[in-house]
Design a protein around this ligand. Structure first.
Ligand code: NAG
Ligand code: NAG
Ligand code: NAG
Ligand code: NAG
Ligand code: NAG
Length: 260
């Protein structure tokens, strides 16, 4: 069984974290060490760093507490042969899962805090997902579809200016569930009005995720405006971006809303 374990492949994927929006994505084999970096810009008072793991179906557990004030990291009950950490300075740290094996799958988080109990809130990073690839499943990039707003949405609202329209982006049929989504209006990134599912969901054997972009109705009906949904996926070697664009429907939406 241990021999078979060597055939496992792992992907890890860091969701947006503080400081830089850099997405770290890497591919590993069983027996490799996977290192996760955590840098922050909260200031040098935040010199304490915690590393947590969430395994599907379990609560989040603290694995190790590190601080620049002490060279020994506190691993509690966790095995120091399995995990290691570095804390070179106040604003950075690393965490390593050594000798990767299937049981290491999970979502890993770092958090930082300082000592002042009044203002010492902890800040959590975006998390890094470590996935053991199912050898029976193929790595498959998503297909992306953008659905136009319903002509009925908010049509009863009296104040025209307040009317909003929701575009829906659906990415589906991908494996594993390592994707991130962003939107553009006229080729410019937008984040206002964007709501993306917190996690992809399983549908039969593949994953799907949805994201919504809400815009003012007048934006949706301005001639020449285009709306694009981009889905980033890592296939183990390279990042693949799939996208779809829809165009504003001039007048037509108003006309539709009259006849329905
Ligand atoms: C993983 O880290 C341990 C401890 O630092 C080291 O002994 C080992 O050689 C590393 N393994 C790989 C595959 O780099
Ligand atoms: C994090 O900080 C360390 C130490 O300051 C630096 O060496 C490293 O390049 C930084 N990593 C990222 C991703 O910025
Ligand atoms: C969307 O609009 C931008 C800005 O007007 C333009 O540069 C881009 O080519 C358009 N995209 C498509 C797919 O038409
Ligand atoms: C738009 O956002 C994506 C994802 O955050 C980023 O990779 C890309 O560089 C941004 N593009 C522009 C033009 O800012
Ligand atoms: C990466 O590319 C190599 C060579 O083309 C291929 O054998 C391997 O399966 C790819 N890795 C993944 C995770 O798709």
């Amino acid at each position: 069984r241990a021999e078979n374990g060597k055939d496992f492949r792992f992907l890890y994927y860091a969701f947006s974290s503080w400081g830089q929006g850099a997405t770290v994505i890497q591919s590993h084999r069983a027996g490799d060490n996977a290192t996760i970096h955590c840098n922050h810009t909260k200031g040098i008072n935040y010199f304490q760093m915690y590393w947590y793991r969430q395994v599907p179906g379990e609560n989040i557990k603290l694995i190790v507490f590190t601080t620049t004030a002490k060279p020994d990291h506190d691993f509690g009950d966790f095995d120091k042969k399995k995990f290691s950490a570095t804390k070179p300075d106040a604003e950075s740290g690393t965490f390593t899962v050594e000798n990767l094996e299937p049981g290491d799958q999970g979502l890993y988080f770092c958090a930082v805090s300082h000592c002042d109990s009044n203002t010492g809130e902890a800040y959590f990073g975006g998390g890094t997902k470590l996935t053991v690839l199912d050898p029976k499943r193929e790595i498959t990039p998503p297909t992306v579809k953008v659905f136009q707003p319903s002509s009925k949405e908010c049509r009863n609202l009296k104040d025209e200016k307040e009317r909003k329209k929701t575009l829906l982006c659906v990415a589906r049929d991908f494996y594993p569930d390592h994707v991130s989504i962003f939107w553009q209006v006229n080729a410019k990134n937008v984040t206002k009005g964007v709501a993306t599912d917190p996690a992809a969901r399983l549908d039969d054997k593949t994953y799907f995720i949805t994201s919504r972009l809400r815009v003012h109705a007048e934006v949706w009906t301005s001639p020449g405006t285009n709306f694009s949904c981009f889905v980033t996926f890592f296939d183990g070697n390279k990042t693949i971006i799939k996208d779809e664009t829809v165009f504003a429907v001039e007048g037509m939406f108003m006309w539709n809303s009259e006849i329905t």
